[in-house]
Write a protein that binds this ligand. Sequence first.
Ligand SMILES: [Zn+2]
Length: 349
Amino acid sequence: MSATQAGSRIVCPVDFDRAGRQAGYARAPLSRNNSAWGTVEIPIVMVNNGSGPTVLFTGGIHGDEYEGPIAISRLARELRPEEVQGRVIMMPAVNVPAVIADTRLSPADGRDMNRCFPGDPGGTFSQMLAHFLDSVILPLADISVDLHTAGHSFDSALSTNMHHVDDDEIRRKTLAAAAAFGAPYNVVFAGVDEDSTFTSCVERRGIISLGTELGGWGRVNMEGVRIARRGLDNILKHMGVIAGEPETVQKDGAPGTAHKMVRDPECYVFSPREGLFEPTHYAGEAVRAGEVAGYLHFVEDVDSDPVVLTYRKDGIVWFGAGPGRISRGDAVAIVMEEYRDDWSGPAAR
Ligand SMILES: [Zn+2]
């Protein structure tokens, strides 16, 4: 069995070179007031057989996003070595303290793990975990699919997502993998604080990187679970790891995935004030520039009219804020436009 690797303080019991199925726990040290030698057990399952690419599926980097962990843990129980040509590494609940606490930030250190990459073996719990993924797991992978949803604060149109990678060949391969995953939408985007995300970390290693947004508003989206579970199989088929062709027909009969993009800051609707937000559209609905995106209410005042927020772009709502209290500067909606491959950088137009 392998001990600590690549300077990581996390001990992984999986021998990645051995054929067959291995299921166990990577053990991360977490000394606490009530447990001097405490550890956190992070579930990891590997199925390895014959020769072929290595596919990495991760979920639970944020603890309040459920569809990915459900789909990956189902696959991890179902997948048999004799079905596989290559290697599948499945981590359904990466940030397990956050998963158990049902929170975006890890209760172990109060951090958003997806802002901790490439991590630090001597840093906080989330930084140590990020370093383990980057330095021990990622070097094994040919493709990474990191399953997320929009958590508590947003709902999302069911989608995969990717950066507009500069390398034409990797971009083409990533678009093909997204189309194979078969979510209703694939969104090519430029995010906020993206250098510290897992996606950027994967890309720096030259590995195909896909994310997902498959629900949100703090509940399990049943169609999101179905798309996630089917998408995992589709990626394995696309990569030649299991037999068969990807199935991408959508619930509404659409034949496959619609490619979209979010590259213009005007795709975002931000709140100018703190208040109680009433949205006017669900994620996935078509909207037009100038149309009302929602109302900001001041229910504690007797005579303050609501502030009307409007979209600045035609498109489809990718993210929509949940009804609830929001702060000044919070995004309340993100609109996705038709994808064009002539992107020349964030917000270029
Ligand atoms: Zn997330």
